[in-house]
Design a protein around this ligand. Structure first.
Ligand SMILES: [Zn+2]
Length: 433
């Protein structure tokens, strides 16, 4: 049935298991969609109706996934990704909303770039796009961008992601300015004086492999500084891609004190450790680096107890040529939008580490709350953005199904369970799997 569905303005989705992240329930239900919005939900498998019915029997229907940390590489690095290809990969991964980062060329430090990205996304029509503005002009860490003009153009957050704002005074001013405009700042926490030249996590394996290391303290010093500046200024601070147990502790303490801080973790930092670099796979080179099993344990625990608020992909495409160099010179980052759900379902839910409803929540309502975005729930006040999943289907991620322009991932040819079949974007069905 889902193969043959022709879009209608009013219909029911029936027979599915629904994931309601607000009440934390996973049960049979039917959704009435009218003109792009959820009109009504009945918690029954079938409905008596004259309207057309999208038969979702056997599928899981969740709120549309939201990724608050993606690199779409446009403008400037279109050989690795574009808004069109990146959002196509996102839709195939079940995402109905994506937040793109500002480290493009030119950087998103001017309203014209924000508008350019939004126009590109409108033309592509794959999913919703939210834009992050640069904290500093050209991401150079010196002069703060015109936040109010960027906000008028529609940005939802500020970040120099990819780089740490090294100068504490610049960061303080940025937080003060952002607070006035009620914009959160997303911080890439990494003290470059400790991280520079590092290729992987500093520890047993970096010594064994003879690769220069990046100590956990490089991240933790930066997290501590930014938490203290968030406390000073009262600005909402979001810590991107948390990777160490020490960072988790700092965030936990800050939250206890009432500092307005939130945090995210990537799928790869939850599932891969530094021992895996033994075969020098360039696709495992990421920033921050893959850490240890103990860090992974702390990250999982932090997800469960709410210290870490949500999961974000840090989708970072690099084309084949730029990764076909020695490990030392390969740019850090891996793609992740298309595999995030299946990867985490297979590794964390099937192993019993995480409940399915919590995985869904961490990819929907939780990220929406962090940045104050629409959607992420089955609420009738939101547009009908939904993700349809066959939780039992086994599939393999490879170059044939990949929608991104890049294929830099250690998950190539990996078999997963749980496949996204498509999304509803404002009630419009788009089959993807
Ligand atoms: Zn990033």
């Amino acid at each position: 049935m889902i193969n043959k569905w022709k879009n209608k303005s009013e219909f029911w989705i029936a027979g599915a298991k629904l994931a309601d992240t607000v009440t934390r329930t996973l049960k049979a239900g039917s959704i009435h969609i009218k003109r792009g919005r959820i009109e009504e939900i009945v918690w029954k498998k079938s409905v008596d109706t004259d309207l057309p019915v999208f038969d979702a029997e056997g599928y899981l229907v969740t709120p549309g996934f939201i990724d608050i940390h993606s690199h779409l590489r446009e403008p400037g690095y279109e050989e690795s990704e574009t808004v069109a290809t990146g959002t196509a990969a996102a839709a195939a991964g079940g995402y109905t909303s994506v937040v793109c980062m500002a480290n493009t060329d030119p950087a998103v430090d001017d309203p014209s770039v924000v508008r350019y990205l939004m126009d590109k996304n409108k033309a592509a029509g794959q999913c919703r796009l939210y834009v992050t503005g640069a904290v500093t002009k050209g991401l150079e860490g010196r002069d703060i961008s015109e936040f109010h003009l960027l906000k008028e153009a529609g940005i939802v957050a500020l970040s120099d992601d990819g780089k740490f704002v090294e100068n504490a005074k610049v960061m303080r001013s940025a937080l003060e300015y952002a607070r006035m405009l009620e914009l959160p700042i997303v911080s890439h926490c990494e003290d470059p004086s400790l991280a520079r030249g590092g290729l992987m996590n500093e520890g047993y394996y970096s010594t064994k492999l003879g690769l220069s290391g990046i100590p956990a303290e490089s991240e933790e010093i930066a997290v501590a500084r930014d938490i203290s500046l968030a406390e000073l200024t009262g600005c909402r601070l979001h810590i991107a891609h948390v990777s160490t147990s020490g960072s988790v502790q700092l965030i936990k303490d800050a939250k206890k004190k009432g500092v307005p801080v939130t945090a995210e973790v990537t799928p790869h930092h939850l599932t891969m450790d530094d021992s895996m670099l033994e075969d020098y796979d360039r696709n495992l080179k990421v920033n921050p680096p893959l850490r240890t099993q103990q860090d992974i344990k702390a990250l999982k625990k932090a997800l469960k107890n709410g210290t870490i608020d949500c999961i974000a992909t840090d989708h970072a495409p690099h084309n084949e040529i730029s990764k076909q160099v020695e490990f030392n010179f390969a740019p850090p980052g891996m793609i992740g939008l298309q595999t995030a759900f299946s990867h985490l379902y297979t590794e964390l839910v099937m192993s019993g580490d995480l409940e399915l409803i919590d995985l869904v929540r961490l990819m929907t309502s939780a990220p929406a709350e962090v940045l104050g975005l629409a959607g992420g729930t089955l609420n009738s006040t939101e547009p009908a953005d939904l993700t349809v999943i066959d939780i039992d289907e086994e599939w393999t991620f490879n170059g044939e199904v990949n929608k991104s322009k890049s294929m830099n991932t250690p998950l190539a040819d990996r078999k997963f369970k749980g496949r996204v079949k498509g999304i509803f974007l404002a009630g419009k069905w788009k089959r993807t799997g």
